[in-house]
Design a protein around this ligand. Sequence first.
Ligand code: AMP
Length: 542
Amino acid sequence: MKTGTMQDWPLNVWKLIDHAAINHGSREIVSLTCEGQEVRTSWRQVQGRAKQVAEALRKMGIRQGDRVATLAWNTHRHIESWYGISGMGGVAHTVNPRLFPEQIAYIANHAEDRVLFLDPTFVPLVEKLAQSLKTVEHFVILTSREHMPKEASVNFLCYEELLAGEDADAPWTVVEETAPSGLCYTSGTTGNPKGVQYSHRANVLHAMAANMGDVLDIRSQSVVLPVVPMYHANAWGVPYAAAAAGAKLVLCGPNFDPPTIANMIRKENVTLTLAVPTVWLGMLQHLEATSGDLGALKRVVIGGSAAPRAMIEAFEEKYGVDVCHAWGMTEMTPLGTLGSLSAEAAELPRAKQIDLKCKQGRAIFGVELKLVDDEGRELPRDGVAFGRLLVRGPWIVASYFKGDGGQILDADGWFDTGDVATIDPAGYMQITDRSKDVIKSGGEWISSIEIENLAIGCPGVAEAAVIGVAHPKWDERPLLIIIRKEGAAVSGAEILKYLEGKIAKWWMPDAVEFVDSIPHTATGKIQKTALREQFSGYKLAA
Ligand code: AMP
């Protein structure tokens, strides 16, 4: 017999929400909405309303494989429409509203989005863009009639009216598990963004893996607050994983300010929260200034950029919260590694554990990692050799949407992440840089991330960025760019003194510059290309 004798049960994403509705139906989803309300709903209600969305889309003539976009914050309505789109065979395209308007128009046209669900926040933006969104036939505002704009240049539909009267028990559309269910564009810093089209299967497998104990460890008793937005790689898959586990979800809508997030963490007894480091920088400053606490919070997951050691220590030592690094990318659905402690690491002294927590973690089951040099030769897992990080697995991109970028896998199916990393004998991977940000000095590589993350620990430093600037002898040398904390007067010499002994002598920045702001990308990463432009022609003292 060629096959096993088990059932063929396609891994459709709507099975996640069905499971949540049947087995954890009353578990809450709490949302802060754009209208300033706090709405409490449940997995059962989200399932019913997602089915109403699916019905409404069918009536609009949306067919299997069509793209339906969302321009929205994390709210119950966003989750309903997201499950509803995929549940009728459509492809949920979560658009990042922080992109430049021209980029939003580019990706909506490239994706050929037929419907756009938007939050009331984005009415002015969409009014400006509507003419250039060539394929969008319907614009639906995720709100009720009373909050619809009184006058508008676009024929906006009202979400609550669209759902009213639709069947909350309508069947889902059964599609093959390899069919597309979602679409996210990479926040490419150069060239046009490229689309990653997730399959139902990839999302479901990723959700199951995300819930493993050494990964996000989401359970039915968990209360999860993904600060990371759904437009950033599906909020790292949390709304799928939380449904599979039956966890309570807390969503902060358009609010990213530390007081609101801290308040929701305390009030809703949040046990797990996830965001990029810039969010946590602001949170730690807020907690320090207000002598606040983090209630029942057990674990904070930090990803998207490297978390500085000082941040990890502050969460663990001042607030008693376990910090876990997560690494991944839009092309990986997005989780690749998690920084939970291995059995051996759990026995180590505290300082050594923090050393490990500064690394990006170990591969999740389902993700293979490999390091290669520029000639493609595999490098040892000795924690020292650093090279290009390649990945392979069932939720990793095989090609970009519409074939953009051509062939992106090598002959053995490996995808080059564009990251440079080390992997130690215990399997802990550490990102040293994006390959285009690494500083090449005298034929050797200097990790900009490592210097940045140490500099952040220096008293008086609020944020740090390191770029390579041209040097006549060494090719490139590091320039350290600093934002001081409010009221601080720390000098360049003091910062360099602080770094002494913490990094190799030849890694020491040649100069320190102070700025008022450091540019960030639409997903909260330091925008090195903009900094390199800002400091192009920078002359290092001889
Ligand atoms: P994105 O697709 O926007 O999530 O960006 C993915 C990229 O973000 C990765 O290739 C890394 O360069 C970076 N990244 C993600 N997580 C981490 C992390 N924990 N530490 C350092 N860099 C990270």
